[in-house]
Ligand binder design. Structure first.
Ligand code: SF4
Length: 359
């Protein structure tokens, strides 16, 4: 509790707000690219504390939100194959595909199981040697290393009935692409969990090439406000760089072992992001050396043509161009019990966080 008290301390919050007010002169737009930050920013009402000239916008940081509908359709198609068991993190089963969800397929008899880690999926594979077990790998540099370790583990155990359908992505190409597209961003609140793995180097091109600062932030109110202060200071002094606010968890080198495991099992490929389209070398496909664990190769299926929802503006929200409450479906047709788009499904999605804390 002492730890939480320290990072939610009202006096420190007030001091930080005073400091922000003192240095902030110009209009500034800061984007968070981590679903955990999206959730925390809304939960603690951070935007309402800040002066009007500082806007916080959400970017493509929620893994479920950026995952393509094609990936969901692919998983749905796999779930319909005889003797296939789909294993997945919970959020994904509610994400709408073009014509179905994994939840709907489960209710029709498909074997879709929620797991808490890839290790659970490996256990299911061991216990069901006559079935083919597919793990759905989503998320950024945070979840890719455990997926990679799971595949190495499957290889060591000589598991022949286990494979991964990968939608893993890396964050930096999206951060650059948003600025290339002309989205007005004056600073990135860079992801805390991703950075535990990657360290700081992956963000260096952002200040160098675009003149936009990056501050790696923790998730408590004091963390976020201190990060805002650091970014506003960089902007006001035009001294753009990568800084770590979340020093209790992130070091500049990151987790070298996790990086090695990820690089061993995955190879970079072009990938599709909701809102941004296909970004070169932004996705992680299973590397050739591990192709016997690649569900795309091991269980070929026909995937239906992608159809996007009418009226859903997730794409614009993920680019920071619109707020969830600017969507006509927000809170009415689309709500957390009946999500129309991916941004309402995951609790890290901007629409879901707005719906919970900012209706
Ligand atoms: Fe899509 Fe629902 Fe968000 Fe609107 S409120 S953008 S329909 S997820």
């Amino acid at each position: 509790m002492k730890y939480i008290d320290e990072f939610r301390n009202k006096d420190i919050v007030n001091l930080l707000l005073k400091n922000i007010n003192n240095i902030s002169k110009k209009d500034v737009v800061l984007m968070e690219v981590c679903g955990g930050h999206t959730w925390a920013i809304q939960k603690f009402g951070i935007p309402s504390l800040l002066p009007e000239n500082i806007s916080l916008v959400s970017g493509p940081g929620c893994p479920v939100c950026v995952t393509s509908k094609k990936f969901i359709d692919h998983a749905v198609a796999l779930s319909r194959v005889k003797d296939v068991i789909i294993t997945t993190y919970g959020d994904l089963i509610r994400v709408p595909g073009s014509t179905s969800t994994l939840n709907e397929e489960k209710s029709k008899g498909a074997d879709v199981r929620i797991v808490y880690s890839i290790l659970d999926a490996l256990k299911i594979a061991k216990e069901n040697s006559t079935k083919k077990v597919v793990f759905l790998g989503v998320g950024f540099e945070t979840t890719a290393p455990p997926s990679a370790a799971g595949i190495i583990n499957a290889k060591v155990q000589n598991l022949k009935n286990f494979s991964l359908l990968s939608s893993h992505k890396i964050m930096p190409p999206a951060m650059g692409a948003l600025i290339d597209e002309g989205v007005a961003i004056n600073g990135y609140i860079a992801p805390g969990h991703v950075s535990v793995i990657t360290g700081t180097e992956i963000y260096e091109p952002i200040p160098r090439n675009y003149g936009v600062g990056c501050v790696i932030s923790g998730f408590e109110p004091v963390d976020i406000l201190q990060s805002v202060y650091m970014l506003v200071k960089q902007f006001e002094t035009q001294d753009f760089k990568v800084e770590i606010q979340y020093k209790r968890a992130v070091n500049p080198e990151g987790n070298i072992k996790a990086q090695q495991v990820m690089n061993e099992v995955f190879s970079l490929r072009d990938d599709w992001w909701r809102g941004l389209g296909t970004l070169p070398l932004s996705g992680l496909g299973v590397a050739e050396n591990y192709s016997e664990f690649d569900a795309e190769i091991m269980i070929p299926v026909e995937v239906e043509e992608t159809k996007e929802e009418k009226g859903c503006i997730c794409g614009e929200i993920l680019k920071g161009l619109k707020k969830p409450n600017q969507c006509k479906l927000f809170g009415t047709v689309c709500n957390s019990s009946n999500p129309v788009g991916a941004c309402m499904v995951s609790h890290e999605g901007a629409c879901n966080a707005y719906y919970r804390f900012n209706r």
